[in-house]
Design a protein around this ligand. Sequence first.
Ligand code: CA
Ligand code: CA
Length: 393
Amino acid sequence: MSRTLRRLVGATGAAVLVAVPTLPSRAVDVAAVRSAPSSTSAAAAPLSVAEALSGQDGSSHTVRGHVVGQPTATDRVVTDGFATDYAIAIAAGAGETDTARILYVQVPSALRSQWGLASTPDLLGEQVDVTGSLAPYFAHAGVTGTSAIEAGDSDPDEPGDPGEPTDPGTYYAGTEGLSGQALKEELHSIISNQTVLSYDDVWEGLKDVDEDTQDTGSVRLLYSGTTSPKGNNGGAVDNWNREHVWAKSHGDFGTSRGPGTDLHHLRPTDVTVNSARGNLDFDTGGTENAEAPGNYADDDSWEPRDEVKGDVARMIFYMAVRYESGDRVDLEVNDRVGNGSAPFMGRLTVLKQWSQDDPPDAFEQRRNERIQANWQGNRNPFVDHPEWVESVF
Ligand SMILES: [Ca+2]
Ligand SMILES: [Ca+2]
């Protein structure tokens, strides 16, 4: 499918934040910017996060990045449950989790009500321009003495920018006032209008929708959280392959066109980690996977790492609504593990909790947007409306 079909997104989300003056071209010599007097630096092109990380010399600059969370320790950035407004963490990509690529920004009291995450949790994922001294904070590369924070100048020509909120527009027209089974039926009707891919298309689809935000030549792997070059796909050890998050044996739908080729639940994974997950249901507990720390398995279940627990849950909920009686298979969620080849996936209560604990982030939202715009034409309702999980299930 042509990439020109992509919709422009994010304009409305950016508009709620304050406007910034038109900025000069990015073609500015960084060394010249660094040596400029601090009084003029705010008018120059902002530094990238990478430039700020490597230039911790106390000089004053404006740095542009996406808000990725709140730093709470030298090696820890939290992405929810924000306790204070004292600091934010920014990175080049809104989905960044590696603290080595994240800048810690001190938020002074005058800016906290607008730019602190406890007061304004919707800042998460937004692009911001931060002005202050390039100096360590929390014993980590940072910006201190912050004098200004403004909404960044996001580029409307880059659809699916992970820092921009997506807008489903009128996609869910007809669901107003519905709940429970009626909502499920209406959503099924809406999301069933889709382009169905071949299993070969899935390789190219994943290279697009799971493209890493920092390294666009790589995809991000679901369970390990690491990246792998796009061309490293295949079946050998240390290749990445196509993980069916709804295990294809649960309903035995295989990889012919249909549920087995639906990008909404397919993710790049390391070959051996994929094989360790196998067709296990989802639940907590077990032994930690040596190759993908933070993931656990026992005899009858798999527990993904915290950062993707909600992603996994919402993929499962999508599948249960998308595939109903009359489709190739009717998939449903139950509160069991060990479902084997039955068309069920569990454990429902745990998946609901995971969806609450790990709400949709910018990477997951970008993925949803790209699947609709570039590949299938349909969306995962639970990424757009996580509150529907409780209503439908
Ligand atoms: Ca997540
Ligand atoms: Ca179903």
